[in-house]
Design a protein around this ligand. Structure first.
Ligand SMILES: [Zn+2]
Length: 303
């Protein structure tokens, strides 16, 4: 099952029934640890182990201590088997696999994964990143602990409950009246790396307003008619990228000089001709999917 629209979004597949009602069962992990078919995905600082065939390497519950930091991810939609994320300590991870190069991150390994594995890794990584940065209560500073199968962190002192967070960010292909696309280069990137423009949605702001504001801030242009194309999670650490096309209205193209240092309009012919020299967004990203949507075909790049 896939939830993408007409974009090719490698991280937007749905592979698990999130089975949210089971999260309420206090004995859930004890039950799952008695079921030898439970699929346990060990993770070390956002990295996982892969089989020789390039699939996610799951373990039986007997191979992973139940004392690890666990999250119940749900049931595999095809096999109905329960899937659990185990966020290992350094010591636990070393005991399981001491060679650090054998632990793989999503950015590098994501494209080689099956849709099911990419979906599981994306969900697991976003949750792992959230747990890692919410170990303390924002109200009183005391430790929080993981409850409800890893879907809530609770402060024991004031009973504050923290829920996994997702940060919305808009990413926009700006198109002018000559049907060209606007690409920018960030100051922290290599000299010839280009992508479409993006930014986080600010508090109190609609998605459409964020599209207009970000294009004005980063590129000095006014855009209109933001048209939603699709979304995918981008768990670095826990963003949700919402993809748009928008029409250029007015304004001289002017990089903000902070985040964006170069901006350029590309025709389809120019982009195709230069695609091998330029560094363009990787195929895992929604940026690549939006550019190819505008282009009407897959980009052939040098990477
Ligand atoms: Zn507290």
């Amino acid at each position: 099952m896939t939830t993408e629209f007409n974009l090719n979004l490698p991280l937007a597949h749905t592979a698990l029934d999130r089975d949210y009602l089971s999260r309420e069962r206090e004995t859930l992990f004890e039950e799952l640890w008695k079921d030898h078919q439970t699929l346990v995905l060990p993770m070390r600082e956002g990295r996982v182990l892969l089989t020789a065939g390039g699939e996610l390497k799951f373990y039986a519950p007997t191979q992973i201590t139940k004392n690890s930091d666990l999250v119940y991810l749900g049931k595999d939609l095809e096999s109905s088997l329960p899937v659990v994320l185990a966020m290992l300590t350094d010591v636990e991870a070393f005991e399981l696999e001491p060679i650090s190069e054998n632990w793989h991150g999503l950015r590098r390994s994501g494209l080689g994964l099956s849709p099911r594995d990419a979906a599981v890794f994306t969900q697991a990584l976003a949750l792992s990143n959230w747990h890692g940065s919410h170990r303390y209560c924002p109200k009183c500073g005391n430790s929080t602990s993981s409850v409800r199968a890893g879907w809530v962190r609770r402060c024991l002192d004031d009973e504050l409950e923290l829920f996994p967070r997702t940060d919305p960010a808009i990413i926009v292909g700006v198109i002018d009246s000559e049907d060209r696309i606007l690409l920018g280069s960030q100051g922290v990137w290599e000299d010839n790396r280009y992508s479409i423009l993006a930014g986080f949605v600010e508090p109190g702001e609609s998605l459409e307003a964020a599209v207009v504001r970000e294009m004005q801030e980063e590129a000095g242009v006014w855009v209109t008619n933001p048209r939603y194309l699709g979304s995918q999670a981008w768990p670095f650490p826990y963003a949700l990228m919402l993809g748009y096309l928008a029409e250029y209205v007015s304004g001289d193209v002017m990089p903000d000089g902070q985040e964006i240092v170069k901006l350029r309009w590309f025709t389809r012919a120019e982009l195709k001709a230069e695609a091998k020299e330029l560094l363009l967004p990787g195929r895992l990203s929604i940026a690549r999917a939006i550019i190819e949507h505008w282009l009407g075909e897959e980009l052939v790049t040098g990477e």
